[in-house]
Ligand binder design. Structure first.
Ligand SMILES: Nc1ncnc2c1ncn2[C@@H]1O[C@H](COP(=O)(O)OP(=O)(O)O)[C@@H](O)[C@H]1O
Ligand code: SF4
Ligand SMILES: [Mg+2]
Length: 369
């Protein structure tokens, strides 16, 4: 997987939404910096998990990647072709290869259309609905691929459960034989028991059809098992990226460390002993992002004055592991201690087990211990 070529590359991506005021003059009074300088690549056949708090720009990045939202700056290269250079028919043709699965199938599926009509629509738009017999065979194939009975065709979205509706949404994306699927919070609206089924379905379909995925989630647990690599976003920027295994075992960015420390551990003994990093303050507004490192207003390791003035680049700290923090190595090796005032640490027992991968650096314990 690591040697696979990139299917899609995003370079210097920015999406700024104007904030307008005034009915008559309609003046632009500012911008929401929803995506503010992101470089990432998704390799052929891999699953890239994109995580971060609500509002950090994940959906906007996903939409810009598919050219559903026009970027303010930057470009998307899909299978070697710069999408900004494509218009009209060539863009439409290319679009077939990139599909989206949405969080809430109830709002993304037209309630007045039968499942058959929903599935045929995209095929027709791309000239894949050639004759009745082959379309009928294709529809049966799609339903069976997503685990729905063939009697589903004449039914309407409201007649299905949430999980089944998401299967319809996935079948719809599959109907045009895409290469890339951007799944935006595909299981967030589903019951926990159903979430695993849909995640397993996505994995099965990937193996069967050789799909490439960008899976967006606000929940680290959702992307952990399905992703080959994971990117963590904070306020419009990518702050860390690594293989899924490495990111969960050795998170290096303070924000990722805090996110990880909030994920419960199934083993109750480890759960009782582990350390949690609670962040100070609220998520700043993307209309008024902090200067320098965007995380400096909440970072327990913030250093004067570099963190406040200079935005850290996403740089490779370990092979294949990129981190946007000026002090990633110093924090990792314990040369910099977390500030007491900025971090509220909740610990049930100071005797933190040193082999817990979720325990922070020793210096954190010393600061408060
Ligand atoms: N069409 C839009 N117009 C104006 N602001 C938007 C628009 N879409 C998203 N935003 C804003 O951009 C920021 C990022 O949103 P979004 O990409 O949906 O984040 P996420 O998916 O991570 O929750 C939010 O502050 C959101 O309110
Ligand atoms: S650059 Fe500074 S403020 Fe930003 S994450 Fe690193 S230590 Fe924290
Ligand atoms: Mg979103």
């Amino acid at each position: 997987m690591t040697d696979a070529p990139n299917l899609v590359e995003v370079d210097g991506m920015k999406v700024h939404f104007p904030i307008r005021r005034g009915v008559v003059l309609d003046k632009t009074v500012g911008y929401v910096y929803a995506v503010d300088g992101v470089d990432l690549a998704v390799r052929q056949g891999e699953t890239y998990g994109l995580v971060g708090e609500s509002g950090c720009g994940k959906s906007t990045l996903g939409r810009a990647m598919l050219k559903l939202t026009e970027p303010t700056a930057g470009r998307v290269v899909f299978d070697g072709v710069d999408l900004s250079k494509l218009k009209g028919e060539p863009l439409r043709t290319m679009r077939r290869r990139m599909q989206m699965v949405f969080q809430d199938p109830m709002s993304s599926l037209d309630p007045r259309q039968s499942v058959e009509s929903l599935l045929v629509e995209g095929m027709r738009a791309h000239g894949l609905d050639k004759d009745k017999a082959s379309t009928a065979a294709r529809l049966r194939e799609l339903l069976s691929a997503v685990g729905l009975p063939s009697t589903s065709l004449r039914r309407y979205p409201h007649e299905f459960s949430g999980g089944q509706r998401q299967r319809i949404g996935i079948a719809r994306a599959l109907s045009v034989q895409p290469d890339l699927i951007v799944a935006d919070e595909p299981v967030s609206a589903l019951d926990v028991s159903v979430q695993a089924q849909v995640i397993n379905l996505l994995e099965d379909l990937q193996a069967e059809f050789g799909l490439t995925y960008l899976v967006i989630a606000h929940d680290l647990a959702v992307v952990r098992h399905i992703s080959d690599r994971v990117g963590v976003m904070y306020l419009g920027g990518l702050v860390e990226e690594a293989s899924s295994d490495q990111l969960y075992a050795t998170p290096l960015h303070p924000y990722t460390k805090a996110l990880m420390s909030a994920v419960p551990v199934p083993d109750p003994e480890v759960e009782d002993l582990r350390e949690r990093i609670l962040l100070a303050g609220d998520l700043p507004s993307p209309a008024n992002p902090p200067s320098g490192c965007r995380f400096h207003t909440r970072c327990p390791w913030r250093q004067e004055t570099l963190c406040d003035t200079e935005r850290p680049e996403l740089r490779e700290v370990l092979p294949g592991h990129r981190v946007a923090c000026h002090y990633a190595e110093d924090i990792r090796d314990g040369r910099i201690r977390a500030h007491e005032v900025k971090a509220q640490l909740v610990q049930d027992d100071w005797d933190v087990s040193p082999d817990s991968s979720l325990a922070g650096p020793a210096s954190v314990t010393e600061t408060l211990g």
